[in-house]
Design a protein around this ligand. Structure first.
Ligand SMILES: [Zn+2]
Length: 80
């Protein structure tokens, strides 16, 4: 299986402001990451505060970012 890193997330990362009043930790992020992946499939839907914080955490946490990319690949794989 070929892994294509650095796909998909660049526009997302650039859209995220890197400073916020409150931040998710990894545990909180992992509770919402599947929902976030789902929400990003319909970009017209505004993100809830939780999902916005999850997205922010992904921008600053390499581990969760990698997990999220794997999740997105899994989601994309289901569609193919
Ligand atoms: Zn994390």
């Amino acid at each position: 299986m070929k892994l294509h890193r650095h796909l998909h997330l660049r526009p997302l990362l650039e859209a995220v402001a890197l400073t916020r009043d409150s931040e998710f930790d990894c545990a909180a992020c992992s509770r919402h990451v599947a929902e976030l992946a789902d929400s990003l499939k319909s970009p017209s839907t505004p993100l809830s505060r939780e999902l916005d914080l999850t997205r922010h955490h992904l921008a600053i946490c390499q581990q969760c970012h990698d997990d999220f990319q794997m999740l997105q690949r899994a989601v994309a794989g289901i569609r193919e």
